[in-house]
Design a protein. Structure first.
Lengths: 107, 120
């Protein structure tokens, strides 16, 4: 199985700040990397797929980058509605696996 | 507009079989490349992919649950199903179904989730 290591596990940032979350796969996943946002109410939304493609409807302040084993999600200007837990997921090969999550809070 | 909604028993006893239904709209599970996946999250833990069923009837199961999982679909009624046999307390979780793109194994639309508690 491909292991996804996500960091940090929690993050406190100020409104307007630029935030970056990292995800490392245990092997090359050829850009098959997605990012999800899970809110406290349990709702889950796709933000980024195939490393850097913005899901329609996702705010443009979210962006993704990376290649090979290493990927990142950046929020360029944190807003209060971004308070959530973020997960990466590899879609390269089953079993499909997720990172352990990054809980984002407002400082 | 794609929407999905999970339904299930809420609570069930250990050793019983969990049956979940995913009712969806906005797409057809007979369309090439479409799939529905099941993902769960125990309280305080991470997301775990369980299984996927595809437009052509093929299924992928997470081998970590061995042969306990069965996924199926009713294309004409826009539903997908998950059965988990021999449940125990470790299966207590919120279960989600999600529309899945076969080209990239991306879960692009999720249901609201249904809480399942295994307890005697």
């Amino acid at each position: 199985d491909i292991k996804m290591t996500q960091s940090p596990s929690s993050l406190s940032a100020s409104l307007g700040e630029r935030v970056t979350i990292s995800c490392r796969a245990s092997e090359n996943i050829n850009n098959y990397l997605s990012w999800y946002q899970k809110k406290e109410d349990g709702s889950v939304k796709l933000l980024i797929y195939h490393t850097s493609r913005l899901q329609p409807g996702a705010p443009s302040r979210f962006s993704g980058s990376g290649s090979g084993k290493d990927y990142s999600l950046t929020i360029s200007g944190l807003e209060s509605e971004d308070i959530a837990t973020y997960y990466c997921q590899q879609g390269y090969t089953p079993p499909l696996t997720f990172g352990s999550g990054t809980k984002l809070e407002i400082k | 507009q794609v929407t999905l909604k999970e339904s299930g028993p809420g609570i069930l006893q250990p050793s019983h079989t969990l049956s979940l239904t995913c009712s969806f709209s906005g797409f057809s599970l007979s369309t090439y490349g479409m799939g529905v996946s099941w993902i769960r999250q125990p309280s305080g833990k991470g997301l775990e992919w369980l299984a996927s069923i595809w437009w052509n009837g093929n299924t992928y199961n997470n081998p970590s649950l061995k042969s306990r999982l069965t996924v199926s679909k009713d294309t004409s009624n826009n539903q997908a199903f998950l059965k988990v046999t021999s449940v125990d307390t470790a299966d207590t979780a919120t279960y989600y179904c999600a529309h899945t793109l076969g080209s990239s194994y991306t879960f692009d639309y999720w249901g609201q989730g249904v809480m399942v508690t295994v307890s005697s």
